[in-house]
Ligand binder design. Structure first.
Ligand code: FDA
Ligand code: NAP
Length: 449
């Protein structure tokens, strides 16, 4: 199906998915369970499935209930549910005996791998999508019903091959964000790469470490470093007074319901802004109460023992770092007194969050055919398809990067099962509309959707 280079392309898929994290895995399941079969191929940059591996800290728990898995909210009888996974692993009874809706991130990672094992024939790993482009055409006004996707395999110098796609689903995830003007280096890391770099570093050299940020990543890294490095002082640099709790109560949680996407997408700009204002504290710059209590207890225990190792540098933002040879000088600007201070550490972990997925980088020339709002963001239809203009007829869908159109759950797991089903329905509905049957293959009757 694939050709080498960026020239002509010999074959095409109904669906090409870029990235194979939970979003496109949920889509693969929805396509698999749909009664109209389609051809699909997925391309993933990593060499195996990996769900934020750099933050798979031993005690980290999920921030979403186990039933918001890859399939259950779309199809409660799916064989890819978390309950099916527990049953297959013979842990169902003991999981329930825990009386806790929230698995560890490590267990959820194992679940994702278990589900992924049914799709290995459709996924190419170590394959980075580098660009989408229009196929060569003799008539520039003729409708375009497929696009070319260039994929590089084997890293930076690897060969680029091309596939044709009637529909592309871009699900390439979040991008780590560093503080303005601060670059990563040997002693300055982003939390997304934390475990990999921590595993490779000289722990004995870490006498003073700083963790920047007041979100879940920062709190988890502070707890981990404090627990793992018994002789080390951990500086937690917080823009706020202390960590704020993630709003996780029943009414507020409804903002993540599948129906909330309709409210958001159909709402006025004023409504969208209000929803963000009221409910941002369900997800951003907030921390689970369990982790907050853990950290407070550790700081309190330090006071009791007189061995103070957890220092909170509150109401402060990091504005600069400088490698001074045997240490890194951190510049911190404090809101109190509006003044800057400096101190030296052996490691700085910037748990400073992520930028949302932005499809523009992959769209290339196709972007000219994609509609944008006045603020420059893409117009995304309710079915997650980018609004495109003639002659672009094929579907370009996005999972992620839709906070402005679909709301808070866009980058999260809460809605992956339902969203995957909605995208599968949209793609297959449009394919059937064009040809009378998806893939030219007769519909399979029976127990499918
Ligand atoms: P995700 O980032 O998981 O996957 C995208 C994939 O695309 C990656 O595998 C990447 O390698 C690949 N890729 C990127 N560019 C590519 C390219 N050009 N070509 C090919 N492949 C490419 N949410 C939640 O609801 N509950 C939770 O408990 C958590 N926990 C959590 C922990 C941590 C540490 C973080 C940082 C985030 C969370 N989240 C979360 C939010 C998180 O966004 C969510 O869990 C999923 O990872 C979203 O799945 P996606 O598939 O959209 O992105
Ligand atoms: P985040 O919530 O965006 O938090 C980033 C933090 O960094 C904010 O407190 C921000 O403060 C601060 N910050 C940014 N620049 C700074 C600077 N120069 N100096 C000091 N502080 C600075 O990011 P996150 O914690 O990585 O969380 C991202 C997503 O991952 C969330 O959805 C979260 O739930 C998820 N997550 C989940 C788990 C889990 O499942 N266990 C673990 C980790 C993360 P301002 O807001 O003031 O800029």
């Amino acid at each position: 199906m694939r050709s080498s280079g960026t020239g002509r392309c010999s074959g095409s898929y109904d669906v090409v998915g870029l990235g194979f994290g939970p979003a496109n895995l949920a889509l693969a399941i929805a396509l698999e369970e749909h009664r109209h079969p389609v051809t699909a191929a997925f391309f993933e940059r990593q060499n195996t499935l990996g769900w934020h591996r750099g933050m798979l800290l031993p005690s980290a728990k999920m921030q979403v209930a186990f039933m918001k898995d890859l399939a259950t909210f779309r199809n409660p009888t799916s064989r890819f549910s978390f309950v099916s996974y527990l049953h297959a692993k013979e842990r169902l009874a003991r999981f329930v005996n825990r009386q806790d809706f929230f698995p560890t991130r490590q267990e959820f990672h194992d679940y994702l791998q278990w589900a992924e094992s049914a799709f290995t024939d459709r996924v190419t790993y170590g394959a980075e999508a580098v660009a989408l482009r229009l196929p060569p055409r003799t008539d520039p006004a003729a409708p375009v019903d497929h696009v070319y996707v260039d994929v590089r395999e084997g890293g930076g110098s690897g060969a680029v091959s091309t596939v044709a796609a009637r529909n592309v689903v871009i699900s390439t995830g979040l991008t780590p964000r560093m503080p303005v003007g601060i670059e990563r280096d040997r002693r300055v890391w982003h939390s997304s790469e934390f475990l990999g770099r921590f595993g490779a570093c000289d722990r004995a050299a870490l006498k003073r470490v700083a963790v920047v940020g007041a979100g879940q990543s920062a709190a988890e890294v502070v707890r981990f470093l404090y627990d793992t490095l018994p002789g080390t002082t951990v500086y937690a640099i917080l823009p706020s007074y202390g960590y704020s709790i993630a709003e996780n109560t029943p009414f507020a949680n409804e903002v993540f319901d599948a129906s909330a996407v309709d409210d958001f997408h159909g709402g006025s700009q004023r409504a969208k802004d209000a929803i963000w204002r009221y409910h941002r504290n369900t997800n951003y710059s907030v921390v689970d109460d369990e982790v907050i209590k853990d950290l407070y207890q550790r700081a309190y225990d330090d006071e009791v023992s007189g061995d103070r190792r957890l220092e909170f540098v509150s109401l402060s933002r990091v504005t600069g770092v400088k490698d001074t040879g045997d240490a890194t000088q951190v510049t911190v600007h404090s809101l109190v007194g509006d003044q800057a201070a400096e101190f030296a550490v052996d490691l700085v972990v910037c748990a400073t969050g992520y930028d949302a997925m932005a499809p523009g980088g992959l769209l290339g020339d196709l972007d000219a055919h994609c509609a944008r709002h006045q603020d420059g963001s893409h117009v995304v239809e309710r079915d997650y398809r980018l609004a495109t203009s003639s002659p672009l007829n094929c579907g370009i869908y996005v999972q992620g990067g839709t906070e402005h159109t679909h709301g808070l759950s866009s980058s999260l797991l809460s809605n992956v099962a339902v969203r995957g089903g909605e995208i599968a329905d949209s793609i297959i509905g449009r394919l059937l509309g064009e040809t009378g049957s998806a893939s030219g293959t007769p519909a399979v009757p029976g127990n499918r959707r």
